[in-house]
Design a protein around this ligand. Structure first.
Ligand code: GLU
Length: 433
């Protein structure tokens, strides 16, 4: 077991102060939404069997030599769900709760996501069941290199292209690219979300957050909202939540509540998200930031606001807390943050939800642009990346919105239908089904 580093562990007062995810797994959540859409599309059983299972599931051992000289063996996974529309694509997460079922569900979600925003990729996901907050020295690097050594045979710029996800970042992508390069030669297009100096794309780090804000801008007029009169609450202040919050704030919105793994804070006049990000980067905690009031996760969800952005882990909005929510619009920054029962409760309350497969697709869209730039050995400036991201997100949003209006179904149902339909169509044309 890795030993704890007291100076790096987040201060957690007690469990009641943390978000408790639902007792419903990511797999159950994704399967439910898939089945609802597949029923409506009238998918035959054989097609449904292909679409609801993975093409390939790889599980590997990831041994790490710890500071005390002992070896700890983690489990690593790469699941390729469907590659009919192009190379498999999806992030790699490092989290103690990672298991095959979770990665399987998230790989499937990536197939629908890449199809909804119409980029030429299939869906995949990977993960290692380690806890980065407990790792020491170069253990994250060791895990990354060992994981890539074990799965490199199923990867490739035209086969499967990993990217960052929960607790992985540009540095981890650099190690992945380096390790793959030792075996195959210099191959920048093997991963996306790399450091800019190694072929990463301008705008990639902010892309998921920027995509969320683009969805907000599309949805806002229907709710009679403009950015300056919008009050938002952001659950999770990692890469996705912090960028979404900062970009919304730059448009004039007030971010009145924020949470991270250590707890939640409230400030009715608006939290300065840029300053908060600097504060956390320099080792500060959420609850010792200037002027804010620490609150419980339930109080955060119950804040009177216009927009709620769940950008933490899956299953955070569930039957036990959905009723507290007073937002008018939810934009899902995380993957599968809303359980099926919570989805029903929110719909009874007339709360509009922009679903994960659309709302957080900005990340994989700019991953696609990064891959295209790498293949062309050419770079675009940030404005070009952001303009292209805006055009693609708006188009996808409008396609999902108009299907939802035409068929009188929630945006989640419309998005899943659109994604599944596109994958099934190409799989048929290629003769897979
Ligand atoms: N991990 C991100 C997601 O869930 C990005 C995946 C990628 O860029 O390939 O969409």
């Amino acid at each position: 077991m890795a030993t704890t580093q007291p100076d790096r562990s987040p201060r957690v007062a007690n469990r009641e102060q943390r978000f408790q995810p639902a007792e419903v797994s990511n797999y159950e959540i994704v399967s439910h939404y898939f089945t609802t859409a597949a029923d409506r599309l009238g998918l035959q059983d054989d097609v449904r069997a292909v679409m609801s299972s993975s093409y390939r599931e790889v599980q590997v051992q990831v041994p790490v030599r710890q500071a005390d000289g002992r070896i700890h063996v983690y489990s690593g996974y790469r699941v390729q769900h469907n590659g009919a529309r192009g190379p498999y694509k999806g992030g790699v997460r490092y989290h103690p709760d990672v298991d095959l079922d979770e990665i399987r569900a998230l790989a499937q979600l990536m197939s629908w996501k890449t199809a909804v925003v119409n980029i030429p990729f299939g869906g995949a996901k990977g993960g290692v069941n380690c806890d980065p907050s407990q790792l020491q020295g170069d253990e994250v690097q060791q895990i990354t290199r060992s994981f890539i050594d074990k799965i490199e045979k199923v990867l490739g710029p035209t086969r499967d292209i990993p990217a960052p996800d929960v607790n992985t970042n540009a540095q981890v992508m650099a190690w992945m690219m380096d390790e793959y390069g030792k075996l195959h030669g210099h191959t920048p297009a093997i991963v996306t979300g790399k450091p800019i100096s190694l072929g990463g794309s301008y705008g990639r780090e902010a892309a998921t957050g920027r995509g969320i804000v683009l969805c907000f801008r599309e949805a806002a007029p229907h709710l009679g909202l403009t950015p300056p009169d919008t009050r938002a609450v952001v659950l999770g202040f990692g890469n996705v939540g912090s960028w979404a919050a900062c970009i919304l704030q730059d448009l004039g919105a007030k971010i009145i509540g924020i949470s991270d793994v250590s707890g939640a804070i409230h400030h009715e006049a608006g939290i300065d998200c840029h300053a908060l990000r600097e504060h956390l980067r320099h080792g500060g905690r959420l609850d010792d930031f200037d002027d804010v009031e620490p609150i419980s996760p339930d109080e955060l969800l119950a804040l009177d606001c216009d927009v709620l952005i769940p950008a933490a882990l899956g299953g955070m909005i569930h039957a036990g807390n959905a009723d507290l929510i007073r937002a008018r619009l939810i934009i899902e920054g995380a993957n599968s943050p809303t359980t099926p029962r919570a989805d029903e409760i929110l719909s009874e309350k007339d709360i509009e939800i922009v679903p994960d497969v659309l709302a957080n697709a900005g990340g994989v869209i700019v991953s696609y642009y990064e891959w295209v730039q790498n293949l062309q050995h050419f770079t675009w400036d940030e404005r070009e990346v952001n303009d292209r991201l805006g055009t693609r997100m708006r188009k996808a949003y409008r396609e999902v919105r108009s299907r939802s209006t035409k068929d009188d179904v929630p945006m989640r149902v419309a998005a899943f239908e659109l994604g599944i339909e596109r994958v099934v169509d190409v799989a048929r044309t290629r003769g897979y089904i």
